[in-house]
Ligand binder design. Structure first.
Ligand code: HEC
Length: 144
């Protein structure tokens, strides 16, 4: 849905015009992070055209309205790459109609959410293990 080449173009624009506020690694600074689960959860409910519009119309916050739609789409391609969504050969289109058809891929967030309960279950199990150990020790001490 985007090509690596496009993401590289987006990266160049990002470094120049966005990194100062959103961080070199898109993890946020003065501006909010652009690659966390929270960000994705917020934006994967709406078509990518909304995100491209938001960038094109309101960013950079200190000089908005200067980016072309193509540049905004390139930056979104870069954001997808940083978010580790696999690229392809086709570019992410800059036109409204095709962007409206695409939403932020939810895959990565969904995977992380699925792995969360098993981590919690692991924590509960080891907590239970500790309890069992403690009570075993306690009863052996009580016996002597
Ligand atoms: C001068 C600082 C500054 C610069 C430069 C800047 N931003 Fe921002 N950006 C902000 C602030 C502050 C916000 C939060 C307020 C808002 O959403 O408008 C924001 C919000 C955003 C959001 C919405 C985040 C969300 O969680 O919904 C996106 C996307 C974004 N910026 C992208 C960019 C891109 C792409 C560039 C470069 C072309 C850029 N910004 C340059 C300060 C900046």
């Amino acid at each position: 849905m985007y090509s690596d080449q496009q993401a590289t173009r987006g990266q160049a624009v990002y470094k120049q015009q966005c990194a100062a506020c959103h961080g070199e690694a898109l993890r946020g600074a003065q501006g909010p992070p652009l690659t966390t689960d929270d960000f994705i959860r917020n934006w994967n409910k709406q078509p990518l055209s909304e995100l491209v519009d938001k960038i094109k119309n309101t960013m950079p916050a200190n000089a908005p309205g200067k980016l072309t739609r193509q540049q905004a789409a390139d930056i979104v391609a870069y954001m997808l790459q940083v978010g580790q969504f696999p690229g392809g050969r086709a570019e992410l289109g800059a036109d409204e109609a095709s962007l409206k058809e695409i939403t932020w891929p939810a895959g990565v967030v969904a995977e992380r959410r699925e792995s969360a309960p098993s981590f919690a279950a692991g924590a509960v199990l080891s907590a239970l293990g500790n309890l069992a150990q403690v009570s075993a020790e306690f009863s052996s001490r009580a016996r002597t």
